[in-house]
Each structure stands twice: as structure tokens, then as C-alpha cells.
Design a protein around this ligand. Structure first.
Ligand code: ADP
Length: 463
């Protein structure tokens, strides 16, 4: 159990490590693609700006400059002068700054020019632009600076950029506008709305490979783990079987040994009836021993060769009556056995010897796995194609989990190798094999504490 958990923990940890490594690698690839995108668009846009300025003799800010010149000389300075108190001055300064920023944003033509340049080159033409003001100075007619703001922090502290100035935002221009009454410095950034999709597309192959490799590792781990557990289960079953078999063989052997010693005693040798009793005991135990050994030998033979059935067409009801009668005669351990048949004279092809073993195994289990006086009901009926034999008991029952495995070789329900109920875990395996060899099947239905019903199905013959 401890080893099982260690394997599971080790496996899951390895998978988690693999996932973390893959996530780390994919993140690296993403960042690299993101930066490559930014670098390539920095180059494209610088080339674009160069082509625009040299081809059209405009830098895309002519209108901006005109409006700002006019605004600075006519309105801005006047408004500053007419502000009466400190509060008004603050408000006017803020308005001026807002106006400058708004004019650059709204009146610039660079975005449109760049967009058509990108389109003509087959690049992505959809981008957002953002103006970040670096500094602004208003200069009075007597050349004194009456308003000065430096640094983005000062100017934009109360505003959020519509996009983050991230590593992939491309700084295209950083111009200084110098008019008669102002000096203005700002940055013009562009950012591509399609960037994420493009970067995803380029990263998707690596991502798919990473997911695939994780899936393969998970599947391999699951298969290996399942095989390991199955092997462990089989090895435990075998160990249990050896324990049980040793115990089963030891019981008749020690009885025979004790009986042999008894026969050596002088007082027994003179008593004919005691000699006979001991000889019978030895005989009975030898038969039991022989049966056990034959059972094991037979099963190991089945593993190597196919079932050799000696089938005869029989009336199933007659066979059932014979087997049940001889089971009762062989001492059904005070059990009550009732029979109810409705076979409608069905005939089936049957190896009677194997079928006897099948029914005996079911009956002896019904007696064995009982903690009270066993009450066994045998029911038989037919439909057109099959006959059904149900053997029900009032025994200890079998829980749901064990029901799945009771027909497995060596399997013994939770009793394991506890010797309260003797057995080798072969009886029901035998039952299933025999039913299958007749093209039939067997199933169990049981409730712990209430009892079990085993249903055998065998095909009938059609005339
Ligand atoms: P064995 O009896 O030698 O253990 P079987 O293959 O006959 O092996 O049965 C497998 C297991 O199924 C048993 O160990 C027992 O736990 C359970 N079992 C079989 N028949 C019954 C039954 N009638 N009632 C309760 N448990 C049963």
C-alpha cells in the first residue's frame, strides 16, 4: 500500500514538474515572439515615417502645429493671465494640458498615413495610437516661461493609458514642437490590436506540442500504473493462493499422519472397529487430497490446452435432479435444498462430468459461505434459446467490489487467506470456465448479510 502511494506521488509529481517546465518554456517562447513582433514593427514604422516624411513633405502633425500655435498665442496665455487665484490657475493649467493632448490625439494625420503605408506593404494596418506628453512650456511675449510641466508622471498622473505601454508598444516618434509661445515634447506610440492573435498563432505549434507531450506522458503513466497495480494484484492473489493451498493440503495430510500413528498403537491394533474407522478416515482424507491436487493440475492443464468437453444431448432436468440428489446424499451439512424447475423438457448439449462439478461448486459454496443453517433454493427455467439455473442461498453474501472479481482465478473475497472459510479461490473460476466452454455464462447477484444468487445460462438445442 505504501509502495503504491509512493509510485502514485512520484508519478503525479513528475507530471506536475513536466507541466511547469512546459508552461515556463511556452511563456519564454511567447515573450520572445512578442518582442520579435515589436522589433519588426519598430523597424516597419520607422521606415514608414521616413517614407511618409520624404514622400509627402509632411510628418503628419502639420494641422496640430497650426492649431497649437494659434491656441498658445491667443487663448492659453490670456487665460493664464486672467486667472485670479491659485485654484483658478491650477484649473486653467489642467485645461491647457488637456487641450494640447486632445489636439495631438485628434488632429494628427500620422496614424492614417502609417496605416495606409502598412496596408501598401501588406503589414497589419490595425493599430491604436497613444500620445504621452513629456513636457510643456508656455512662453509669454516677454520670453518668460509662465507655465512649465515636465515628465509623464506630472502630466498624466490622473489618467490611465488606454493600453499599457508594454514592451511590444512601438515608439514611433518623439517630436519637439517649438512655437512662438510654447515648447511641447511628446511620444507617439502605436500598438497592434491584432498582435496577440499573431503571437498566439506563432506560439500555437509549440503549445500544441507541449500539450501533446504532456498528454502522452500522462497516458503512458496511467497505463504503466494500471499494469503495475494489476501485476501487484495478481502477485497478491498468487501469494494468497499458495498460503491457502498449503493450508488446504496440510489439513488432510496431518489427519493422515495422526491416523497412521494411531494405527501403530497396540491398543488400537487389537480393536478391529477402531482399525476400520481409522482406515476409513485415511481413505476419506486421501480422496480429499487427491481432489485438491487434481483440481490444481486440471487448472494448470486448461491454461495450456483448450477445454476437452465430452458433450451429450441430455434432458437438463434429469441431470439436475441427479446432481442435487447426490449432493444431498454426500452430506449437505444440514442444509435445506429446494428445487423448482420449469425447463419445459429442454434438451442441451452437456459434458455431464464438468456440469456436475459446476453445480457442486455452487452448492458447496452456498453451504460453505453461510453463518446459519443453509437454505438453498435451486430454480430452473427456459426461454427459447437458453436455460437458466439459479442457485440462491441465505449466506453471508458478497459485497459489490468483490462481486466483480469472484470469478477471477485465485480470487477470494475480503476473507483473503483467512482460514475461517477454507478454499483456494478456484471454485467459481472453474464454474465460469465450464459455463463458457458450453457457450454459456454465469453471473452473481448478492447482498452482504442477506445471501447470494448465482445464475448460470446455457444454450438449448433447437430441433
Ligand atoms: P473459494 O471458495 O475456494 O474461496 P471460489 O472461487 O469458490 O473460491 O469463491 C471465490 C470467493 O467468492 C470466495 O472466497 C467467497 O468469498 C465468495 N463466494 C463464493 N460463493 C459464495 C457464496 N455462495 N456466498 C458468499 N460468498 C461466496
Amino acid at each position: 500500500m505504501k509502495k503504491k502511494n509512493t509510485v502514485l506521488i512520484f508519478g503525479i509529481t513528475s507530471i506536475l514538474v513536466l507541466i511547469s517546465v512546459q508552461v515556463y518554456i511556452i511563456k519564454g517562447i511567447w515573450q520572445q515572439k512578442d518582442q520579435l513582433f515589436a522589433i519588426s514593427y519598430t523597424i516597419h514604422s520607422r521606415e514608414g515615417v521616413y517614407a511618409i516624411t520624404s514622400g509627402t513633405a509632411t510628418d503628419g502633425f502639420d494641422t496640430v502645429r497650426m492649431i497649437l500655435d494659434h491656441y498658445a498665442s491667443t487663448k492659453a496665455i490670456e487665460e493664464l493671465h486672467s486667472a485670479k487665484n491659485a485654484d483658478q490657475i491650477v484649473t486653467v493649467k489642467k485645461d491647457i494640458l488637456d487641450y494640447f493632448t486632445k489636439v495631438v490625439n485628434q488632429e494628427q494625420d500620422l496614424s492614417a498615413l502609417l496605416s495606409s503605408y502598412f496596408e501598401s506593404r501588406g503589414f497589419d494596418k490595425n493599430f491604436k495610437c497613444r500620445i504621452i506628453v513629456n513636457s510643456l512650456e508656455l512662453i509669454d511675449t516677454d520670453t518668460t516661461v509662465i507655465y512649465k510641466k515636465d515628465g509623464i508622471a506630472n502630466i498624466n498622473s490622473d489618467r490611465k493609458a488606454p493600453f499599457d505601454i508594454s514592451v511590444s508598444s512601438v515608439l514611433v516618434r518623439s517630436p519637439w514642437f517649438v512655437g512662438n509661445n510654447y515648447r511641447f515634447h511628446f511620444d507617439y506610440f502605436i500598438d497592434f490590436s491584432d498582435k496577440n492573435r499573431q503571437v498566439w498563432e506563432e506560439t500555437s505549434l509549440s503549445l500544441a506540442m507541449a500539450i501533446l507531450s504532456i498528454l502522452i506522458v500522462v497516458i503512458i503513466f496511467m497505463i504503466t500504473y494500471r499494469n503495475l497495480m494489476e501485476e501487484r494484484r495478481l502477485s497478491n492473489l498468487k501469494t494468497d493462493f499458495i498460503d491457502n493451498m498449503t493450508h488446504e493440503l496440510k489439513t488432510p495430510l496431518s489427519t493422515i499422519t495422526v491416523a497412521g500413528k494411531t494405527l501403530e498403537m497396540p491398543q488400537i491394533r487389537n480393536d478391529d472397529s477402531k482399525i476400520l474407522e481409522t482406515a476409513k478416515l485415511i481413505g476419506k482424507q486421501s480422496v480429499h487430497l487427491n481432489q485438491l491436487i487434481n483440481m490444481i493440475l486440471e487448472i494448470s492443464m486448461w491454461e495450456r490446452t483448450q477445454f476437452q468437453l465430452d458433450k451429450k444431448t441430455v434432458d437438463i432436468e434429469e441431470v439436475m435432479n441427479d446432481v442435487v440428489d447426490s449432493f444431498k446424499g454426500g452430506g449437505g451439512n444440514n442444509s435445506t435444498i429446494s428445487q423448482k424447475y420449469d425447463f419445459k423438457g429442454a434438451k442441451i448439449d452437456l459434458d455431464v462430468v464438468y456440469f456436475t462439478t459446476l453445480l457442486n461448486n455452487l452448492l458447496s459454496n452456498a453451504v460453505k459461505y453461510s453463518d446459519k443453517v443453509p437454505v438453498i433454493e435451486i430454480e430452473g427455467f427456459t426461454d427459447n434459446d437458453n436455460i437458466f439455473i439459479k442457485v440462491s442461498d441465505n449466506g453471508i453474501g458478497i459485497n459489490k467490489l468483490d462481486q466483480k472479481h469472484v470469478f477471477d482465478k485465485f480470487y477470494r473475497a475480503s476473507t483473503g487467506n483467512i482460514h475461517k472459510f477454507k478454499g483456494l479461490g478456484l471454485g467459481l473460476y472453474y464454474v465460469k470456465k465450464i459455463a463458457e466452454a458450453h457457450n454459456g455464462d454465469v453471473a452473481v447477484n448478492s447482498k452482504p448479510g442477506k445471501g447470494s444468487t448465482f445464475t448460470v445460462m446455457l444454450p438449448t438445442i433447437h430441433n
